[in-house]
Design a protein around this ligand. Structure first.
Ligand SMILES: Cc1ncc(COP(=O)(O)O)c(C=O)c1O
Length: 450
C-alpha cells in the first residue's frame, strides 16, 4: 500500500476549514477527480472500483457518453428558464416517459424537484391536501432526506433531529419488518406477521386511522440496513391502507430506476402505490427529483403550492431521458438482476467461511452484508464494518456501510462481472485482514459512516 494520497489529504484539510461538517458523513479521505463506467480516479491518480454508485445515484455509471452528450447538447441550447412561468419540450417528454413506466394502471400526474428530500416534503403536502388528514406514518431507521419535512419523516440518527425542533408535527414511526433481527423472535415458519400488530395497536389506542393521510415506506429499507421486507407484509400494509382510506406511498429515491432489477423496487411486491417519490439516479447525477401520483391526489393542491425556481431544469430532463434510454438499450434491468444474484451468491459463499457475515440479503444490485460479532446474538460489528471498508478503499474498492455494520453493495448497473469479481476479491481480502487483526484502530477515527 505504497500509493500516495497527498493531494486527496490536502483537499480534505481545506474542506475541514471551509465546509460545515453537518453536511459530511466521512468514510475515508477520497477526493474524486474523475470517473468512467464503474471506475473512479482520485486526485492523486489512484483508481477504485465503485461499489457505491455515489449512493445509488450513478446507475448508468460515471460519465456515460450518452449522458455527457445529452448534457452538453442541451447546455448549448438553453441552460434554464424558470419552469413555473414557461414550458419546454424536454420536460413534457420526460414527464410522459416516467408516467408510463411507474406502476399503476390509472391516470397520473408528475411534479419535479431538485433532490429526494424536497419531493418527500411535497409528498406530505399532497397527502394532507388530498385526504384532509394530517398524520403520516413512516418507519424507524428510515432516511427520507434533510429538509424539514423529510427529516421529520426520517428516524435514523439523533444528530439529524437534535437542536432543530420543533419538527413537522403529526408524523409517527413504526418498526420496519426485519426478519433477520425479528423483534418478536419469530422464524419464517412461525411468523404470522405479528409485527404489523404494532400498527393495529396504534390504531386502537392513540392514532386514529381516519386521521392518517399516508403511510410512507421504502421497498427496501436502505439506510436502515438494506432490509428486504416480506412480500406478505407489504400486501397486508397495502390492505390496511385501503381499508382505512390511507394513501400508500413509496420512497423509491434509493431503489428506483433499475436498482432492484425492475424499474421500481415496489414492483417486486406487485403493488401499485398511490404516490411514488423519486430522486437520486433519475438523471444520472444531475439534480432532480419527482413525485408521481394518482391524478386526483396531484391535483389536490392549487397553484403555486409546490414550486422551485431551478427544478425541471432542461439539462437534467435531457440527462433523465438519456438515463431511461441507457437502461433500456443496455438491458440494465437484466444486468442488475443477474449480477445482483451473482454477488449475493459470492457473499453467501464467504458467509460459509467467515462467522463475521451474519446475513446476506437484497434484491438486484442492492445487496446488504450484515456483519456481526456473534451469529447467535447478532450483535452488530460496527468496528468491523468501518475497518473492512477502509481497507478495501486502501486496496482500490469503494464500499461503505449503513446502519453502522451493513456493507452497502450498490455498484453502477453497468458494472461488468470481471469488475465485480475483482471488487469482491478485495472485499474478501479486507475481511480476512480484519479477522486476523491486521487493521489498526486508528482508522476508526476517520471511518465514521452512517
Ligand atoms: C430512501 C431515500 N429517500 C430520500 C433520500 C434523500 O434524498 P436526497 O439526499 O437526494 O435529498 C435518500 C438519500 O439517501 C434516500 O436514501
Amino acid at each position: 500500500m505504497s500509493r500516495s494520497i497527498e493531494k486527496c489529504k490536502a483537499i480534505v484539510e481545506k474542506d475541514k476549514e471551509l465546509y460545515a461538517q453537518a453536511g459530511k458523513i466521512p468514510y475515508f479521505p477520497l477526493a474524486v477527480k474523475s470517473g468512467h463506467g464503474a471506475i473512479i480516479e482520485d486526485a492523486d491518480g489512484n483508481e477504485y472500483i465503485d461499489m457505491l454508485s455515489s449512493a445509488a445515484v450513478l446507475n448508468t455509471g460515471h460519465a456515460h457518453p450518452k449522458i455527457v452528450e445529452a448534457i452538453t447538447t442541451q447546455a448549448k441550447e438553453f441552460v434554464h428558464y424558470i419552469y413555473p412561468y414557461v414550458y419546454h419540450e424536454p420536460l413534457v417528454e420526460l414527464a410522459k416517459e416516467i408516467i408510463d413506466i411507474t406502476p399503476g394502471n390509472f391516470e397520473k400526474r408528475i411534479i419535479f424537484g431538485l433532490t429526494g428530500s424536497d419531493s418527500n416534503d411535497g409528498m406530505i403536502k399532497f397527502a394532507r391536501a388530498y385526504t384532509g388528514r394530517s398524520k403520516i406514518i413512516s418507519f424507524i431507521g428510515s432516511y427520507h432526506g434533510s429538509t424539514y419535512g423529510a427529516i421529520s419523516l426520517s428516524a435514523l440518527n439523533l444528530n439529524m433531529r437534535r437542536k432543530i425542533g420543533p419538527l413537522v408535527p403529526d408524523i409517527h414511526h413504526i418498526h420496519y419488518p426485519d426478519c433477520y433481527r425479528c423483534r418478536l423472535g419469530k422464524k419464517e415458519c412461525s411468523c404470522k406477521l405479528e409485527c404489523i400488530d404494532e400498527l393495529e395497536d396504534a390504531f386502537k389506542h392513540y392514532l386514529a386511522p381516519d386521521e392518517v393521510a399516508a403511510i410512507l415506506i421504502e421497498p427496501i429499507a436502505g439506510d436502515a440496513g438494506l432490509i428486504v421486507p416480506p412480500k406478505r407484509y407489504m400486501e397486508r400494509l397495502y390492505s390496511i391502507c385501503k381499508e382505512n382510506g390511507i394513501l400508500f406511498v413509496v420512497d423509491e429515491v434509493q431503489q428506483g430506476f433499475g436498482r432492484t432489477g425492475k424499474w421500481f423496487g415496489i414492483e417486486n411486491f406487485d403493488i401499485e402505490p398511490d404516490m411514488i417519490v423519486l430522486g437520486k439516479s433519475i438523471a444520472s447525477g444531475m439534480p432532480m427529483s419527482a413525485i408521481v401520483g394518482r391524478k386526483e391526489i396531484m391535483e389536490s393542491l392549487d397553484s403555486p403550492a409546490h414550486t422551485f425556481t431551478v427544478a425541471a431544469n432542461p439539462i437534467a430532463c435531457k440527462a433523465a431521458i438519456a438515463t431511461l434510454d441507457i437502461i433500456r438499450e443496455e438491458s440494465l434491468l437484466k444486468n442488475s438482476k443477474v449480477l445482483g444474484e451473482y454477488m449475493k451468491e459470492r457473499f453467501r459463499e464467504m458467509q460459509k467461511e467467515y462467522e463475521v457475515i451474519g446475513d446476506v440479503r437484497g434484491i438486484g444490485m442492492t445487496v446488504g452484508v450484515d456483519l456481526v460479532k456473534n451469529r447467535e446474538t447478532k450483535e452488530k460489528d460496527k468496528d468491523g464494518a468501518a475497518k473492512i471498508c477502509y481497507r478495501a478503499w486502501e486496496k482500490g474498492v469503494l464500499v461503505t456501510f449503513v446502519s453502522s455494520n451493513v456493507l452497502r453493495i450498490q455498484p453502477p448497473l453497468v458494472i461488468s462481472k470481471e469488475e465485480i469479481d475483482r471488487a469482491l476479491d478485495i472485499i474478501e481480502e479486507s475481511i480476512r485482514e480484519y479477522l486476523s487483526g491486521n487493521i489498526s484502530d486508528e482508522v476508526l477515527k476517520e471511518a465514521k459512516g452512517w
